[in-house]
Every structure is written in structure tokens, then in C-alpha cells.
Design a protein around this ligand. Sequence first.
Ligand code: FAD
Length: 481
Amino acid sequence: MNDSALHWFRRDLRLADNKALSAALQESARVHCVFVFDTDILGKLTRRADRRVEFILHCVAELADDLAGLGGNLIVLHGRAVEEIPRLARRLQAGSVYTNRDYEPAAIARDQEVERALNADGMAFYRCKDQVVFEQDELVSQEGRAYTVFAAYRNAWLKRLPQADLEPAPLETARGRFARWDDGTPPRPLPRLQDLGFETTNLLELGIKPGTTGADQTLGDFLPRMHAYREARDYPAVRGVSYLSVHLRFGTVSVRRLVNEALRDGSEGARTWLAELIWRDFYFSILYLFPHVVGHAFRRDLEALPFTNREDRFDAWREGHTGYPLVDAAMRQLNRTGYMHNRLRMLTASFLVKHLQVDWRWGERYFAEQLNDYDLAANNGGWQWSASTGNDAQPWFRIFNPVLQSKRFDAEGRFIRRYVPELAGCSDKLVHEPWKMSPAEQAAARVLIGEHYPAPVVDHAQARQAALRMFQGIRPAAGSA
Ligand SMILES: Cc1cc2nc3c(=O)[nH]c(=O)nc-3n(C[C@H](O)[C@H](O)[C@H](O)COP(=O)(O)OP(=O)(O)OC[C@H]3O[C@@H](n4cnc5c(N)ncnc54)[C@H](O)[C@@H]3O)c2cc1C
């Protein structure tokens, strides 16, 4: 057993069922814990009021309390992780550093740099599988090829599940196992948002509960609804989904716990929900095995679509002023809360790429800035699915009709009215296509189209034809539709 080790928290902001932390405790007499507010990451954020930084700060405060309760402390640093981690490990004379594996190309490069620095000083760097059930190339076909079609991946995933390690990683809590770092200076308070260069957001007003206590509550709210997931998940106006994505993103709940809950429930709804967790693993593996998806189409034949990239259209989409009520409600939900329902992510992404002919990478970047649950693998996968450039994507000639989607998934316009109050007075029928209201109907609904609420930025039928021409123009590879 080593004398002392350092656990580096990143996307695993919890003590319970944390693989790397558990391994550190099993293999070392004393474990120090650290979280770094990494300036290489924070420096790239474009908004000073960023809910994710606030979310993390709350999680870090909770972790610090939890560790204090176990006799340890959380060392919180603000700087470049590639420099801070080796420096701290040296000062602590840690024999090894433990962390949970990250699959994003930039994170892999960062970890390699940290590893080189630690090894140069004779320290080991251990990365554990924690974020996913199957990682990297653990699931490949019999011929050793990556699965790029979801159904095949899901079948292989389910077949291998009995061999997966779903046991919660034990947490050794005996007094003295968590080390307390005392560098001789008075204990430093946790940084405030302002110290990190950020501002307070509306995170807590929105009712988003950070930390493991927030994850427990969110899961507790979902468990009794899980059996109804299959029927309820497509309707943004009802509480049909779990809202756990931000917790999965920051690791305030373990994916193993969620898989176990779905297996325990066993209902049709639980099986459907489990498939969503499998999508998550799938996109992690696609990102890892095909890193060219960052910035490029998975399908190379669809790399150079001739988008028109009109800034005015992109702005209308971003601001929720396209004149298509469900698209606008979704974008306003995103802007106001940092969350968007999955059905609406598909609709708004498709609308931007196919109706407005704006490069999917613009939309991907905008979602990356806004989403509380932003995750490179899932976001890139979702955008490439919607743009038809991805592996196993929506066929290029399938183009969501925003009015039909609206009538089908928000029939009474409840979701629309919540985020587009200008349309509150419209009838259930015309709230989906308010430009069809006569002047008298507009007056009765107290909304003048073109004045209080925009006329459609494009005509659906014409935009559809233009999108088909855009794809046909570059002749997508045969059989790839
Ligand atoms: C264009 C686009 C962009 C997206 N960007 C992201 C993103 O940045 N981060 C993100 O976590 N999800 C993303 N998704 C996937 C999905 O929309 C969200 O995971 C989901 O809406 C989160 O809500 P929930 O937790 O209530 O999901 P639930 O329906 O309760 O699903 C449970 C969990 O399964 C996972 N999941 C569900 N659907 C998917 C999916 N299609 N792909 C991968 N994982 C999935 C998520 O971790 C989710 O929390 C995107 C989808 C699209 C179409």
C-alpha cells in the first residue's frame, strides 16, 4: 500500500460510488482530494454569467463539507490544471494521482501532459472507468470494428451487461483515511464566483438543485415516473423525462446507480430510459474512436454542405424569433434556463440546418455555450444526427415539419404559451401557425403578426425544397440515406 495519494475530482463530483476515489483509498494509506478551477477551460467560456460554473461551485462546497465530515479537506485551486496538479502532488509527496477517465480529445491531451509531468517526478497517474458502463473500444463487433449503428451497439451493450461491473465502488470512511492538508497558512475559504471571474446566475431560482443532494432529489422525483417514461418523454409541457442530464454531466450521480435503478424497475418505461443511457455510452465511444467528429462531419461525403450561413437567420433562431412557435419556445427555454427538452433539441437543430441552411457547427457551438448539461460527445452526436452528417443519423431527406411537430407534441400549445407569452391568446389550433390568423383573429388574440410576434422567417415548403437541393447538390454517397 502506498503512503499517500491524491484524488483529482473533475466530472465526478461525488464521494459515493466513485471508482477512482475508491481505488485511491484501497491502494493508499491516506488520500488527499483536489478540485481545480481550470483556467484552460474557464478561459474559453464566453459568458460571465454561466450556470455551469455556479453549479460546480455549489458541488465543490458540498464536497468540501462532506470531506470535512470525514476528517479530510478539499484542496481547491484556480489555475492551469496541467501545472497545478503536478505541483500539488509534488508538495504533498503523493506517490500517485488518481482520477476518472475523460474521453474528450482536449482532456485526453491534458491528461497525457499531466501524466508526463508526474512520471518525470516518479509519481504514477491512474485513470479509472467511471463515467460510462462500457468505454473506449470495449464494445466492438466480432471483426473488431466499431459499432456505428445504434441498434447494433445497443444489442451488444445489453448482451455484455451481465459482465459489466455495476457494483457501487466502496467508500472507505475510516477516520484518518482522508488526509487534511495543512501547508502552515490559515485555511483559505472557497473561492466565490466573482473570484473566478464569473457572476451569479438564475440557477437556484430555476429550482435546479446542485450537488449529490440535488441529484438524489431529482432521481427521487423521477423513480415513481420511470415506468411512464415511454409514453411521456416526447411531450415538453409535461414532466416526462428525468432532468438528470446536468447531474450525469458533473458526476453528482453515478451512471451505474441509474442503470441499476432501471434494471430494478424493469418496466417498459425503464427499458426505454435505459436505452437513453446507452445512447450516452454510444456517443462517448463514437467521440473516442472517431475524434474527427470534433469540427468535422462523421460522414466525410457530407463535410462540405453548401450552407448559406445567413447571420440574420442564425440570430432569429438563437433569439427565438423565427415565427415558428415551437422552435421559438424551445430556444427561449434554452436561453432562459439552460435546458431544452430532447424532442425540441432535435427540432431546433434540424430547423437551423435544414430550414435555415446554417452550418450545424454554428448551432453546436451555441448549444455548447448555453446548455447546463453540455457534453461534447452527446451534443456533437445530437447535432450530427439532426444534420444527417452523423453515423446512424436522421436521413438527409427527412425534414421535420415544425408545424406538424408542434401539433403532435404540444397539441394544446401549453409549452408554447409558457415561453412565448405573446401567443397566449391564440386558439389551440392557430397557436402552432399564428400567421394563418385573420386580422380579426389577431386582434382578438391581442397579437399582431409581424409586430408583436414575427412572421415566419422562411416558408416551410420552400425551405424544405431548398434543403433537399442543398443535399442533392453534393450527391450523398449511395445507400447512405
Ligand atoms: C442537438 C442535440 C444536442 C444535445 N446535446 C446534449 C448535451 O450537450 N448533453 C447531453 O447530456 N445531452 C444532449 N443531448 C441529448 C438529450 O437531448 C439530453 O440528454 C436530454 O434531453 C437531457 O434531458 P434528461 O436528463 O431529462 O433526459 P432523459 O430523457 O431522462 O434521459 C436520461 C439520460 O440519458 C442520456 N441521454 C438521453 N438522450 C440522449 C441522447 N440522445 N444522446 C446522449 N445521451 C442521451 C442523458 O444523459 C440523459 O440525462 C442532445 C440532443 C440533441 C438532439
